[in-house]
Design a protein around this ligand. Structure first.
Ligand code: FMN
Length: 318
């Protein structure tokens, strides 16, 4: 089996996670140009937005990049058509089962990598013929499962015969070296790239990430079945309080759902901590400054190489 990173054509086994509203064509191109894999986040955006971002990425880099498709998006069919037509190198999928889209995507030459939170889901995806999986631990920013990266990754590696990429809580070379030691062939980082110079998020959102300490995130949506890790702020505290109250009293959860609607967009575009969900992972405490994507990759790779030395993991890094 040809090594996954060679097949994709990336120099370093480092993906920038596709983040809804955050990861646009410009950021993805900057990461890919620097030797990693940039991934455009499509979230619930219409197919025309995704086509536009793909065109922007193609203008800025000749290197491979990816698109993250949210399978719960009302525009999913049209987004898949755009992505297949553009012959995007990698398609990562969130929130569900990409099974029925595998054939058109793989026929277009895309490597398909679903994000999985458990061994059971990883095995189901592998049976369907995906090219690998991204095992994402609950340290991550955004929507999460219940397992930690440290416990999840080796169990997924043991259960599957296809490549595994680790995500969640990785923000520097120590995390990459650890993930490779757990058996992953690469990593995906989201939170670290919230502080990339190319990331177009509201300055108040970015400042909150830089200021965050280890314990400054909380998990909302657990009672609704869609847990998400966000920074503590007035919005997330209010959301959690209301959610717990309604869960305890058996109340109607519609009010909480409404509070969450559009809250990531508000965070990204308006930076309002009263109404915005500042999604970020526990690794935010390690993110201290804004750097160009290329500098982030350089420092992560050199730290990883310093740790793995000339040992057997070195060939996984470069
Ligand atoms: C602001 C934000 C938005 C995200 N949006 C998505 C998304 O739309 N689809 C997806 O599959 N993952 C999404 N993620 C998860 C990332 O792609 C990545 O897997 C995760 O951030 C890795 O963990 P880390 O934050 O600890 O680096 C998001 C993460 C963040 C921080």
């Amino acid at each position: 089996m040809e090594a996954l990173m060679t097949r994709i054509g990336v120099r370093y086994p480092i993906f920038q996670g596709g983040m809804a509203w955050v990861a646009d064509g410009q950021l993805a191109a900057a990461v890919s140009e620097a030797g990693g894999l940039g991934i455009i986040g499509s979230g619930h955006a219409p197919a025309s937005y995704v086509a536009e971002q793909i065109a922007i990425a193609k203008q800025h880099t000749d290197r491979p990049f990816g698109v993250n498709v949210m399978l719960l998006s009302p525009h999913v069919e049209a987004v898949i058509a755009v992505v297949a037509q553009a012959k995007v190198a990698v398609v990562t999928t969130g929130a569900g089962d990409p099974g029925r889209y595998l054939e058109p995507l793989q026929a277009a030459g895309s490597v398909v990598l679903p994000v999985v939170p458990s061994v059971a889901l990883a095995k189901r995806m592998a049976r369907q013929g995906v090219d690998g999986v991204i095992a994402e631990g609950m340290e991550s920013g955004g929507h999460i499962g219940a397992m930690t990266t440290m416990a999840l990754v080796p169990q997924v590696v043991d259960a599957l015969a296809i490549p595994v990429i680790a995500a969640g809580g990785i923000a520097d070379g120590r995390g990459v070296a650890a993930a490779l030691a757990l058996g992953a062939c690469g990593v995906q980082m989201g939170t670290r790239f919230l502080a990339a110079a190319e990331t177009q998020i509201h300055p108040q959102y970015q400042a909150a990430v830089l200021k965050a300490k280890d314990v400054d995130t909380l998990v909302t949506g657990q009672y609704l079945g869609h847990a998400a890790r966000v920074l503590k702020n007035p919005m997330s505290r209010q959301y959690l309080k209301l959610e717990k109250q309604l869960a305890l009293t058996g109340g109607d959860m519609t009010a909480v759902e409404q509070l969450g609607n559009g809250s990531l967009r508000i965070a990204v575009q308006e930076g309002d901590p009263q109404r915005g969900s500042f999604m970020a992972g526990q690794a935010a405490g390690m993110v201290r400054h804004v750097d160009p994507a290329a500098a982030i990759l350089r420092s992560v790779v050199s730290q990883t190489l310093a740790i793995v030395g000339d040992g057997p993991l070195k060939q996984k890094v470069v």
